[in-house]
Structure formats: structure tokens, C-alpha cells
Design a protein around this ligand. Structure first.
Ligand code: 4UW
Length: 534
């Protein structure tokens, strides 16, 4: 195995709340924790901590505490931080729900997670309420942050000014959050992350991500996803930086907020890098406040990254991680001037990694430390204090992903170089990333099989003209059936969140399958890489 080139960091044996806010310096209380990028409204650390405690008190009074799961379904608004940390402060578990989900998708997560309460916002209430009521969650347990008739609002709960409860649990085993991820195979599963997992990942990320209290950090990556949750809601707040929230991506608004709020540190996914490198609008804004742009969640093209650095006159960095790793496992250090963008950087402190042949499980030979050599490619496995406890209620999936010795299968093919940098070569697992959002092929395949004209189907990710991944379906029609690609895509669009749309369709005679009936995605990908007619 190989380890981090960085010295280990101390991981306090505390809850997320106690780590982040327990020992806050009095001089930090009046710093601004959150700025609403849309309205400009400010929340200080003092106000945020007061709200977190008041919400925890109201939750406790409603009987919510250790053992309960509360769903949080909202775009990036400052109140998200209050609710997220309030749920954890009350000892309950937060399951964060994608704001783009339709009622059926929300319901599936609420049921699987066993949520008994839901926080949402008024524009998302129709689908949230449909899902909650289908699961038997009563209207008084559906709280609308900005208020709506028939439901409590966040301010109703905060105005009760109830003291936070005394809760006790073991940070190492108590589940703090349940984000959903499809992992290496199948449908989305609840990823059990403990308080210790989240606390560890904050401490592990500090040396390489280098945020400081004077940073104004643009929070456009969704808080519900583990990247935004850990890097923005936990890490940035632990550094006493200021988060500038943006509820949804829109290029002009993104650029305006950076300019007007003088944002210094911006976390993105690769499609935003494409816009920053190429879009003419970028020249119309003053982006001189930005010192660093950090990309993650999908592969960043090195040339594209350089183009962004040159155009904006800032440093570009890349990180890698996955929900099951809380999520950060690798990052190009903030301080590494001139670092090549062709890697995801070095392993975080307190972690161990292996690269193994995915067929045989044999470990590759690692290059000598400091040499220019690169190992052979294989599946990356990671161990450390940030590795999840397991998948909720799915021991089989947990066993397939997590080895007994604590190493987690990432499902990504990687190499490591003598300088400790890791390169992600390709994805071995089924997962598709559309603009950094997870799309589980198994979910789309099950949906397609429910279409009356379809006999068989498989879904993989293919690259569009910008080099970004999009879902493509291979479809076998029932004998005598006729349906156009456009009609099929429209049919899927009506039934899934926008990021899960099928964007390409190919009609084929058969889906390649192994003897055991597994879809041979490798063969579909290989056929895709070979130009038609060759
Ligand atoms: N290059 C190639 C990358 C990369 C990548 C992710 O939805 P999940 O489970 O989780 C994430 C987490 C992203 C992330 C976490 C911490 C961090 O610092 C950072 O960058 C600043 C990003 O996306 O998807 C996990 C899967 O996404 C792919 C890879 O396949 C991984 O298993 N992935 N980052 N830089 N691929």
C-alpha cells in the first residue's frame, strides 16, 4: 500500500457541532458566516450558532433526537446551514435530498432512510409534500423554511427559543448524515457517515485546501451533495470563512456574485470550468478577487484547467473523492505552485491506498518515492477515518464495497507516481456523472424496461462535444414496435430529475451480457470509442 506524504493530523473525538462551534473564539462570533448571494442578507457566526441551538431545542421538543432521521430538501440558502447543523446538534441523522428530484424520487429516499420529518422550501413544497404524505409524514412534520400555509416555518421553530438538548452518543459510531450514492453498482443507497467521518475529513482536508477566515467562498455546489456538505458547510465554517450562497447555477449570476461579493475561493465541478474558459460573458465581470478555483466531482481536463488559470489570473486546483469517503481522499495542495493538473494530487493525511488489478486483486508495484515513475493502472482502494460505516440496510452492497481490513473500493482506475500524485484514468463502476451529479444506470435501465415498446436496455456515460459525460441508452425494441429516439427521451424526461435525462439513444439488436446476465458495459463503451463504420 501507499500512504499520504503528509504527516497525520489530530482528529478530535467530538461531534460535528462541538468540533466546528464548541470552542469558537469570541473574536470570531461577529464574523459573517453566510451571505445570501441573492438578497445580500448576512448571518454572523453568533447568529448561526444561536439558530442551530434553537432549532435543536425545537426538534427535541418535537421528540426528535438520537435514532431519528430528518430529511433536508432545499437549495443553497443560508438557512440550510442552520437546519443541517441543527439536526446534527439534536442528535438526529440528516438525509439530504437533491432539490431537483420529483415526488417519486423524494419518496424513495424518505422511505429508504426512514425519515420521519422533512424540511423543504416553498417552491419545492408540491413534490416534497406529495412524497412526505405518501410516506405517512404528517403536515406538522413538514417544515417549510420560508413558510407556507398549513406548515410550520423555520422562524416559527426558532422563535420558541428552546435550549438545545443534552445529547450523548459515540461520535465514532453515531450516524450523522445519510447522503445517497449508487456506489459502484445498483440504485442509490444511504451512505452512513458518522460524526467522526465528517470531523476527520474536515481535519484531513485543512492542510491541502488551505482556507482562511478572510476567504469569501462561493457556495454554488449543492449542500445536499457530500462535496458541498463537507467542503462548504463543514470545512469553510470550521475555518471561520464566509460562505456566499447561490441557490442554482446560472453563469451571469455566478459571475455577478463573485464580482459583487469579492469572492476569493470558488469550488466548482468541471462544466463550470468549461464556461469560465470559453464563455464571452466572463470578460464582462471583475473577477480579480478570486485567488483559487478548486474543481472536483468529475475529471478536469488539464488544458482546460490551465486556460481558466490564464484567463482569470488565479490558481486552479483539483480534488477527488466520493460520498463513501466523506468525501475528500485526494487533492492538489493549495500551496503547490505550478502543480500539474493532470492528477488529482496527493493522498490526504491519515489515509492508506492500494492500487489493485480489478480482475485478480493483485496489488501493483509502486514506484520508488521521489522517482519520476508511474505505477501500472488498477482499481484504487482507500482506507482511513473518513471511510463510511456502510450502506444503510444493505449488508450485501457494504460487503462488496468495503473489505474487512477497512479498504473501500472506489470503482475508479488510477495510477500513482513517485511523487505521490494519483491520476484517475477511468471509471470502472457503472456510475455516470452529469455535471457532477450522480446518475445511476440501474435506475434508468429499470425505468426503460417499464416502457411497453422496450425489450431490453442498458445505459452508459458517453462524452459530449465539450468532453462532459452524458447518459446514453442502448435500447432493444420489442418485435414489431416502433418508437423514435426523441419520443423515448421525452418519455424518460417526464419521469426523472433533469440531470438523469437520457441525452443519446442507440437502437441495437441485443445488449451484450455476461454468462451470468450482467450487462457488459465495457463492450458498450469500447463500441462507443470506435468511430462508426471503422
Ligand atoms: N476526477 C475524476 C475527479 C473526480 C472524479 C470525483 O458523487 P460522488 O460520490 O462524490 C463526489 C465527490 C467529489 C469531491 C469531493 C471532495 C473534493 O475535494 C472534490 O474536489 C474539490 C470533489 O463527486 O462521486 C464519486 C465519483 O466521482 C468521480 C469518481 O468516479 C468518484 O468515484 N470523481 N472527483 N477529480 N473523477
Amino acid at each position: 500500500m501507499f500512504t499520504s506524504p503528509h504527516p497525520d493530523v489530530e482528529i478530535p473525538d467530538l461531534s460535528v457541532y462541538d468540533t466546528l462551534f464548541g470552542g469558537i473564539a469570541p473574536s470570531d462570533l461577529d464574523r459573517i458566516a453566510l451571505r445570501d448571494g441573492t438578497t445580500g442578507a448576512e448571518t454572523s457566526y453568533r447568529q448561526l450558532i444561536g439558530q442551530i441551538n434553537a432549532l435543536a431545542g425545537a426538534l427535541a421538543a418535537a421528540g426528535i433526537g438520537v435514532g431519528d432521521v430528518v430529511a433536508l430538501h432545499a437549495p443553497n440558502v443560508p438557512a440550510f446551514a442552520t437546519v443541517f447543523h441543527g439536526i446534527l446538534r439534536a442528535g438526529a441523522t440528516a438525509t439530504t435530498v437533491n432539490g431537483l428530484y420529483n415526488a417519486e424520487e423524494i419518496e424513495a429516499q424518505l422511505r429508504d432512510a426512514g425519515a420521519t420529518m422533512l424540511f423543504t422550501v416553498s417552491p419545492l413544497l408540491p413534490q416534497a409534500w406529495a412524497a412526505a404524505s405518501a410516506c405517512g409524514i404528517p403536515s406538522d412534520r413538514v417544515v417549510v423554511l420560508d413558510g407556507a400555509e398549513g406548515h410550520a416555518s423555520l422562524s416559527d421553530l426558532l422563535l420558541r427559543r428552546l435550549p438545545a438538548p443534552d445529547v450523548s452518543f459515540d461520535p465514532a459510531t453515531h450516524v450523522a448524515v445519510l447522503p445517497y450514492s449508487s456506489g459502484t453498482t445498483g440504485r442509490p443507497k444511504g451512505v452512513m457517515l458518522s460524526h467522526r467521518n465528517l470531523v476527520a475529513n474536515v481535519q484531513q482536508s485543512i492542510p491541502q485546501l488551505g482556507m482562511v477566515a478572510d476567504d469569501r467562498i462561493l457556495a454554488v455546489l449543492p449542500f445536499f451533495h457530500i462535496y458541498g456538505m463537507t467542503v462548504l458547510l463543514n470545512l469553510a465554517l470550521s475555518r471561520r470563512a464566509s460562505l456566499v450562497t447561490m441557490p442554482r447555477f446560472d453563469l451571469a449570476e455566478f459571475l455577478r456574485i463573485i464580482q459583487d461579493f469579492r469572492c476569493s475561493y470558488v469550488f466548482i465541478a468541471p462544466p463550470i470550468a468549461v464556461a469560465l474558459a470559453k464563455h464571452p460573458l466572463v470578460d464582462e465581470f471583475d473577477l480579480s478577487s478570486v485567488h483559487t478555483i478548486f474543481s472536483g466531482a468529475a475529471p478536469l481536463d488539464a488544458t482546460l484547467g490551465r486556460a481558466v488559470e490564464e484567463r482569470l489570473g488565479c490558481r486552479m486546483r483539483q480534488g477527488y473523492g466520493m460520498t463513501e469517503l466523506s468525501p475528500v481522499s485526494h487533492a492538489i495542495a493549495f500551496q503547490a505552485e505550478g502543480a500539474s493538473l493532470d492528477s488529482v494530487g496527493t493522498t490526504l493525511p491519515n489515509m492508506q491506498c492500494r492500487i489493485v488489478d480489478p480482475e485478480t486483486g493483485a496489488e501493483v508495484d509502486y514506484p520508488a518515492e521521489g522517482s519520476d515513475e508511474e505505477s501500472a493502472a488498477g482499481e484504487l482502494l482507500c482506507a482511513g477515518p473518513n471511510v463510511m460505516l456502510g450502506y444503510l440496510g444493505n449488508e450485501e452492497a457494504t460487503r462488496e464495497t468495503l473489505e474487512d481490513d477497512g479498504f473501500l473500493h472506489t470503482g475508479d482506475i488510477a495510477t500513482v507516481r513517485g511523487d505521490g500524485t494519483v491520476r484517475i484514468i477511468e471509471r470502472l463502476k457503472e456510475l455516470i456523472k452529469y455535471h457532477g451529479y450522480q446518475v445511476a444506470p440501474a435506475e434508468l435501465e429499470a425505468l426503460l424496461l417499464g416502457h411497453p415498446a422496450i425489450a431490453d436496455a442498458a445505459v452508459i456515460g458517453v462524452l459530449d462535444d465539450e468532453g462532459q459525460e452524458v447518459p446514453k441508452a442502448f435500447v432493444v425494441l420489442q418485435p414489431g414496435q416502433d418508437v423514435t429516439a426523441e419520443a423515448l427521451m421525452a418519455w424518460v424526461t417526464e419521469r426523472v430529475a433533469p440531470h438523469k435525462k437520457i441525452r443519446r439513444v442507440a437502437f441495437v439488436d441485443a445488449i451484450p451480457k455476461s454468462a451470468s446476465g450482467k450487462i457488459l458495459r465495457k463492450d458498450l463503451r469500447a463500441a462507443e470509442a470506435t468511430p462508426a463504420g471503422s
